[in-house]
Design a binder for this molecule. Structure first.
Ligand SMILES: Cc1cc2nc3c(=O)[nH]c(=O)nc-3n(C[C@H](O)[C@H](O)[C@H](O)COP(=O)(O)OP(=O)(O)OC[C@H]3O[C@@H](n4cnc5c(N)ncnc54)[C@H](O)[C@@H]3O)c2cc1C
Length: 240
């Protein structure tokens, strides 16, 4: 970055977080510069599952995960694997993860996530209008399916916590699942339906539209990688 460049607000990283922040700021008439070494919206925001999951307040670390940890670590097909030669280096992180998976920490983390997610749907609805995203939104909720009754039972803690936070969820019997989704193979157990959740058809297209909306309202984009940040009396100095 040129040392002399001065801007009211610089946003480092032009993924969905940077672009959504920029959209809100330019709508308030602020001067915004987005900085990213890559094409805006080409990071994780480009190819995710596209669920606006206001219900997803359960953290990854929970007592159920803690109990399953030995099995998860030994199963080569498990979604949680470790590079064993790096075990010593990873040990402090693992210890922190295990502590955060205890019941009290899980509850505190879920509460914090629920607070962050509480505005997700109205905030997206604002962006839908501002960035012309209506054709990208599928408002048909999200359905969790459980093949085994034991898996459904293991999710009881999460369901109770979501209920306590007032998150809208409906427990469906196998018959109700079949009625909602007749194309599914017969399931042995239950489903949980989150009717308020929205799905984005094409996250990459949403990123392009957000970029178009912020650019049209005057935000600039600079291709650069930020490597340093210094807080000074009259602002923040970025270097890269
Ligand atoms: C497989 C998968 C599925 C997912 N499904 C969902 C889902 O259904 N629903 C959901 O809500 N979330 C989902 N997520 C998570 C979601 O994609 C991310 O939380 C979200 O995209 C993060 O946005 P971001 O703007 O923080 O990051 P990114 O989109 O990764 O953007 C970060 C940007 O910062 C830039 N950057 C990095 N370092 C620098 C630097 N030093 N200087 C300048 N720029 C820098 C990068 O180039 C990048 O463009 C999923 C993630 C994955 C991987």
């Amino acid at each position: 970055m040129a040392a002399s460049e001065t801007v009211e607000i610089a946003i480092v990283g032009a993924g969905v977080v940077g672009l959504a922040t920029a959209l809100r700021l330019v709508a308030d008439g602020r001067e915004v510069l987005l900085i990213d070494p890559n094409e805006p919206g080409s990071g994780a925001s480009f190819g995710n599952a596209g669920t606006i999951a206001e219900y997803a307040c359960m953290p990854v670390g929970t007592p159920a995960v803690l109990r399953a940890l030995p099995k998860l670590l030994l199963d080569p097909d498990s979604p949680f694997s470790l590079r064993w030669p790096a075990l010593l280096q990873l040990a402090p992180w693992l210890v922190r993860f295990m502590r955060q998976s205890l019941p009290a920490a899980t509850r505190a983390n879920a509460l914090a996530l629920a607070g962050l997610l509480a505005d997700a749907l109205p905030a997206w609805e604002d962006m839908v209008g501002e960035a012309g995203l209506e054709d990208q939104m599928r408002r048909n909720g999200c359905l969790y399916l459980y093949r085994r009754l034991s898996d459904f039972a293991a999710g009881a803690g999460g369901r109770a916590m979501r209920a306590a936070f007032g998150i809208h969820q409906e427990v469906l019997t196998p018959e109700e699942v079949a009625a909602l989704e007749p194309g599914l193979p017969a399931t042995a157990a239950h489903g949980v339906y989150f009717p308020d959740s929205i799905n984005v058809t094409d996250p990459a297209m949403v990123m392009r539209r957000l970029l178009g909306a912020v650019s049209a309202r005057g935000a600039s984009v600079k291709q650069a990688e930020i490597t340093g940040l210094q807080v000074e009396a009259d602002g923040v100095q970025l270097s890269g």
